[in-house]
Design a protein around this ligand. Sequence first.
Ligand code: NAP
Length: 429
Amino acid sequence: MTDKVWRIGVAGLGTVGTGLLKFIAERPDFAPAGGRVAVSGVSARSRSRPRPVDISNLAWFDDPVALANSPDVDLFVELIGGSDGPAKAAVEAALRAGKPVVTANKALIAEHGAELAATAEETGAHLLFEAAVMGGTPAVKMLREAMVGDEIKSVAGILNGTCNYILTEMEATGRSFADVLAEAQRLGYAEADPTMDVGGFDAAHKISILAALAFGCAPNFAAAEIEGIEQVDLLDIRMAKDLGYRIKLVASADRSEDGVLVRVHPSLAPLNHPLAQAGGALNALFIEGTRIGRIFLQGPGAGSGPTAAAVAADIADVMANARRPVFQGPAKALAPFTPVDPAKSMGRAYLRFLVKDEPGVIAAVSETLAEAGVSIESFLQKPVENADGVPIVLTTHAVAESVLKAAIDRIAGLPAVIDRPRLLRIARI
Ligand SMILES: NC(=O)c1ccc[n+]([C@@H]2O[C@H](COP(=O)([O-])OP(=O)(O)OC[C@H]3O[C@@H](n4cnc5c(N)ncnc54)[C@H](OP(=O)(O)O)[C@@H]3O)[C@@H](O)[C@H]2O)c1
């Protein structure tokens, strides 16, 4: 045990940063290995902005890089956000100075994790980011530490609480995506610019980090296939439910002999599946290992208290000098994984067509699918009030995505089909 006092510099005093300051004020001696933490300096954009914690006694830095370089800082905590700009500059400065870094910044780690890991390895600094994925729910440590005795086959789950909240509310209230998003913004659940969340990019950052930890490679965000929830229609939520499914934004990483497929899509999960039952802002994750089998994690993916607790857990690791490679091996030997061409991936699908209400349409759609090599699993036709046509919905047996898309193109060209067919994947979980 030690009585060392760790002087911490905290850059970013928003939701997570102020949560961390509160936590440290309440429990400065929380670390199991002993020692204490004391905040020696803070940085944010506006010094005068009112904060839920008193920062008047803390040294203020306009520039987070200066805070990272301060001789009074032993451990640098980055809670600004963003893949580049001040967050990256400050993390690089701290690592170059050999100082341990703890961050909650998934964009930074997903897009620059490999180079930052190389700097950390060179200078012997820690680089920890538990809070970057699933907020307070420990997914990073699960893969980085607890499951290293296994070979991971896949990781899949709900990694964005904002999207999960919006989809849950759409189903519960029957309101459109735009209405629910506007309300979420009013209540502060969604950012003024919601693109990172609803466009699927935030979930893609997180799954790219998990893929790197699961498969021992560098994060490869550029290879992620990303589709957000902006196009999810209330009609699909209802039709999917009639077929026994719920639509969720599912992020997944699968390893096969061909490489790794990382994707984020609105996907259908069976109503009784744990992913379908993780409602509201919850996050949920399945990890499948060769020996351990399947593990399911569910918990808060955001919020001041839970996320600050994950940051604190990393600080405790630094204080205990717990050392592991940033990803699963020496940083210099890390290569980005080989991406699998999504067109070759096999999976079941949900297709919705809006067709003219005339005889022979269903037969034409079914024949076109059969000719293209797509086999139908279930079929639903339901008149919908005020619709320009009749929606028909079907699910398919497993089919290569390239085959499916070719079939959709052919169906879109049929004279009785009014609108571009809607494709949603059925989650492989
Ligand atoms: N919120 C969550 O629940 C959650 C969960 C998991 C991970 N994270 C991650 O944690 C990080 C922080 O998120 P947050 O929600 O706490 O963000 P936030 O509430 O928007 O706070 C961001 C903070 O960064 C400061 N900042 C912005 N630009 C700066 C600059 N150039 N120099 C110094 N400070 C600057 C802001 O200053 P001002 O206050 O003066 O504007 C603000 O205090 C992000 O990487 C996020 O992805 C958040």
